[in-house]
Design a protein around this ligand. Structure first.
Ligand code: SF4
Length: 284
């Protein structure tokens, strides 16, 4: 199973690492049972050579945190992509805060100069308590610094947050703090997902034992409302159209913020389940 951001649906997925080097976030089942390893340059080269006759505009470097590859090797891969794929316009990658902070702005800029155009960073929550509970392996401060560093390098920053991950108990703080942290990062894109429980994950066990109680569908929409209310961006495309969400929205901020909030508040006022994406259409 290969994971990629929804916006990379048309990209060539080039697997340069297998799994995630951290692999301990309590909600994540993406790479369970996969032992992390970097692919050798020979393996990667072979894959690139195989598609070099195709017209490929975008490439996404998988898996979970491919930015953990040492700088010299990453430069080598990007150079080879540039050499072989003549129409290449953009390369994307998943990264965690530690991967980003291991590189300085100059190193990130060097990657950008070789085509790295977008970094996808999982914030999940701006609430320090939630980050600790889900074992995110990064503090709020590290996540903000990582996001700002990406922006400073000129690479596009896309940040993911998860509705419901604070549970009912932490819902309000999670929504407000996440909005504030996103504002500090000032990303180019935000993707809001809703927490979907995968059985067998540590968070799944918290749900089973009642340690964590998920907000209702309208509770998740209330979170979205609080989060967006607390978001102040220079220019950002905020999307909650991921398949896991009950209310799919695509908002160009700041222009469409008030209009979107009006729509969300109307849904919250009417509390009509027909206004929500049906359960059977929700998926990861
Ligand atoms: S860093 Fe990302 S891929 Fe790795 S375990 Fe956490 S959420 Fe999953």
């Amino acid at each position: 199973m290969i994971y990629r951001p929804p916006s990379e649906a048309d990209s060539l997925i080039l697997q340069v690492t297998v799994g995630c080097s951290y692999n301990r976030c309590t909600f994540c089942s993406a790479y369970q049972g996969k032992r992390f390893r970097k692919k050798s340059f020979e393996e990667i080269k072979e894959d690139i050579d195989e598609v070099s006759s195709y017209k490929i505009r975008r490439v996404f470097l998988a898996d979970g945190d491919a930015l953990s590859i040492p700088q010299r090797e990453l430069l080598h891969i990007l150079s080879y992509l540039q050499e072989k794929l003549k129409g290449l316009e953009r390369v994307g990658i998943y990264a965690n805060a530690k991967d980003i902070l291991q590189k300085d702005v100059e190193e990130l800029t060097a990657l950008k100069d070789l085509g790295l155009g977008i970094i996808y960073l999982g914030l999940e929550s701006g609430d320090p308590e939630v980050l600790k509970r889900i074992k995110k392996n990064a503090t709020v401060d590290q996540l903000i610094r990582a996001g700002k560093r990406v922006k400073e390098s000129g690479i596009l920053l896309s940040v993911t947050v998860i509705l419901g991950i604070g549970g009912i108990q932490g819902s309000q703080v999670h929504a407000i703090e996440t909005g504030k942290v996103l504002s500090e990062m000032d990303p180019d894109y935000v993707g809001a997902l809703s927490l979907m429980i995968v059985p067998g994950t540590p968070i799944g066990k918290e749900i089973e034992t009642g340690k964590l109680v998920l907000p209702t569908p309208f509770g998740l929409i209330q979170e979205l409302e609080m989060m967006i209310t607390n978001c102040q961006f220079t220019r950002c495309f905020f999307a909650s159209n991921h398949a896991s969400n009950y209310l799919p929205l695509r908002i160009q901020m700041p222009e469409e913020k008030e209009e979107a909030l009006k729509r969300i508040r109307e849904v919250l006022r009417r509390k009509d389940p027909d206004l929500l994406r049906p359960e059977y259409l929700r998926a990861l």
